[in-house]
Design a protein around this ligand. Structure first.
Ligand code: GDP
Ligand code: ZN
Length: 461
């Protein structure tokens, strides 16, 4: 394909000692050559591909040295974009890396749009859409586990499975097509409802399996939304602080919700938690008291995990009982705090209220019990079954939506078969399934969707 040469700073702004200016396109090496002066007097345009060169970036207008650099020269198609690529490794700060970029732009490169390098890799056939999205996930990966999921996807695991399913569907569609177009050919076996039924069931099962993994995938990517609830003064803020202190808080670029809440991301033994400090926690107010039982139920409904804190140095109150009722049927860990003080709480009643929920005793003041709590959280969500690498995870909400739709069409196929609908009608839903799965790997995707997807990338990727 024919593209102009793009350039961008491809390392995070203000992070790390080395910054890289990346150029991609037909003129990448020529433009690089105009601003680079190698110590050995080498010309970038004549050096071998995939070599790295030491020298200086010179402003061709003033002959002034701008930066000391290492330049990698990579000729297409064996590059990320399949185009000619050069990477200028600068060690100066932001100011000098910016000057290098400006020089490249002045020599004819165009500033890359967000995600444009990855978009080119896709358009030039280097990667498929789900792999491109995996790159995006990788950039945003919040924890090691999330990183492994993204990597697994990058290897094309999901793509492979989707391609296999599409192939199966295509074979059936082709078979039906032949039957419709050439009814007089009796050597083409008639695609019976029974045969179709068998295939459609197999595809349905695979899609259902994929969707089952999606819940875990979503958790890994966005963090388990975790609400800390309890009466005033039981130790909610103390719990939030211990979890944040013990586990390196995860820096996130996910925009906060519009709700009046504070969120902290922490990584607890590989489980990313989005701790939700419900409105009022900071003011030692109580969520039930402040916004009422009905409204707090609404907030709680959105949580994946509830940490319900009790004060064991106090008797249970009506509010405590209300909270237990509000979280019925949810994933709850009951935290019985302040065990360092004389105990007043009726533990029999607590056990009765907690039912099947896990219970952990803590003294947040003395730093006791946090380990056990963390273990409970991790075992609740991993139970050893979520070892990264041996499953296909679907962690992307667009993929999840497409797989659900594909599952819906294949169910239409199955009910069509059940009611004896003519095969050429059933085939419409079958083709639809094929198209929907194709959108995951970018096969039938429209241009507008592409632009929307790639503009989500960080600049320079
Ligand atoms: P919140 O209103 O539920 O957020 O409770 P805070 O975390 O603000 O704690 C209320 C008070 O209880 C503070 O003075 C804490 O220092 C204290 N506190 C928290 N946890 C413990 C504990 O385990 N033992 C004791 N003795 N005091 C605690
Ligand atoms: Zn508090």
């Amino acid at each position: 394909m024919d593209f102009d040469t793009i350039a961008a700073i491809s390392t995070p702004m203000g992070e790390g000692a080395i910054s890289i200016v990346r150029l991609s396109g037909d003129d990448a090496i020529k433009i690089g050559g105009k601003i680079f002066k190698g110590v050995a007097g080498k010309d970038l345009e004549t050096v071998q591909s995939h070599t790295i060169h030491y020298g200086h970036i010179i402003d061709p207008d003033t002959d002034q040295t701008v930066e000391e650099v290492m330049v990698s020269v990579m000729k297409g198609p064996k590059t990320f974009t399949r185009e000619d690529v050069i990477e200028i490794n600068c060690h100066g700060g932001l100011v000098s890396v910016n000057r290098v970029l400006q020089l490249a732009l002045r020599q004819g490169a165009r500033l890359a749009e967000p995600g444009e390098f990855t978009k080119r890799a896709f358009l030039n056939g280097r990667i498929d859409l789900s792999q491109a999205e995996a790159v995006m996930d990788l950039i945003r990966a919040k924890t090691d586990r999330a990183m492994n999921v993204a990597l697994g996807q990058m290897e094309g695991r999901l793509s492979k499975l989707i391609k296999r399913l599409r192939q199966e569907i295509l074979e059936v569609v082709a078979h039906v097509e032949v039957n419709i177009d050439y009814p007089e050919y009796d050597d083409v076996e008639e695609m019976t409802h029974r045969m179709l039924d068998e295939k459609a069931r197999m595809i349905r099962q695979e899609l259902q399996k994929l969707l089952q993994t999606s819940q875990q995938g979503k958790i890994l990517r966005e963090g388990l939304s975790t609400a800390i609830i309890g009466r005033p003064n039981v130790g909610k803020s103390s719990l939030l602080n211990s979890l944040v202190q013990e586990n390196k808080a995860i820096v996130t670029d996910i925009p906060g919700t519009t709700r009046d809440v504070i969120e902290e991301y922490v990584n607890v033994r590989g489980v990313p938690l989005r701790l939700i400090d419900t409105a009022g926690i900071r003011e030692t107010e109580d969520i039930v008291e402040r916004i009422g039982v009905e409204r707090s139920r609404q907030v709680l409904k959105e949580a994946d995990l509830i940490l319900l804190v009790l004060n064991s140095a106090d008797s249970l109150t009506k509010e405590d009982e209300q909270l237990f009722k509000a979280v019925e049927g949810m994933d709850v860990i009951v935290i019985i705090n302040k065990t360092d003080l004389p105990q007043k709480v009726n533990m029999d009643r607590v056990r009765e209220l907690a039912k099947e929920h896990k219970m952990v005793t803590t003294s947040l003041l003395e730093d006791k019990g946090i380990d056990t709590l963390e273990e409970s959280i991790a075992s609740m969500f991993f139970e050893g079954s979520l070892e990264a690498g041996d499953m296909t995870y679907v962690s992307n909400s667009r993929h999840i939506a497409l797989i659900s739709q594909a599952l819906h069409s294949i169910e239409e196929v199955l009910s069509g078969i059940e009611f004896g609908t003519p095969i050429d009608i059933i085939q419409i839903d079958l083709t639809r399934t094929w198209e929907l799965l194709g959108e995951i790997i970018g096969d039938t995707v429209q241009e507008s969707l592409l632009n929307q997807l790639f503009s989500q990338f960080c600049l320079g990727k």
